[in-house]
Design a protein. Structure first.
Length: 99
């Protein structure tokens, strides 16, 4: 950044630093905006048909992950928060897709 608007070198330097800070701020703001737009685009829609798991409690008990085809009949453990097997299946499927 070059600034020769003032007669004093100190004033020119201060003005140039202000201009540089403003440009750097604009660049960082553009990066943040682009990152936020990328994250918004990556979000899935919350709509019917975009479900992740299917829970069947009657007449039999089954929980099935529709993305990975992993299923278990231990419904109570899943309802209690034991999702480790589903997470592992999802990570394995993503790892296979990347290779």
């Amino acid at each position: 950044v070059v600034c020769r608007a003032e007669r004093s070198q100190h004033q020119n330097r201060a003005m140039a630093l202000k201009m540089l800070k403003a440009r750097l701020y604009e660049i960082e703001e553009a990066k943040r905006t682009a990152e936020q737009a990328r994250l918004e685009a990556a979000k899935g829609q919350i709509a019917w048909g975009n479900q992740i798991r299917s829970y069947v409690l009657q007449p039999y008990q089954l929980v099935k992950d529709l993305r990975t085809e992993y299923e278990t009949s231990d419904v109570q453990a899943v309802l209690d928060g034991d999702l480790d097997a589903f997470i592992e299946a999802y990570l394995l499927k993503n790892a296979d897709q990347k290779h």
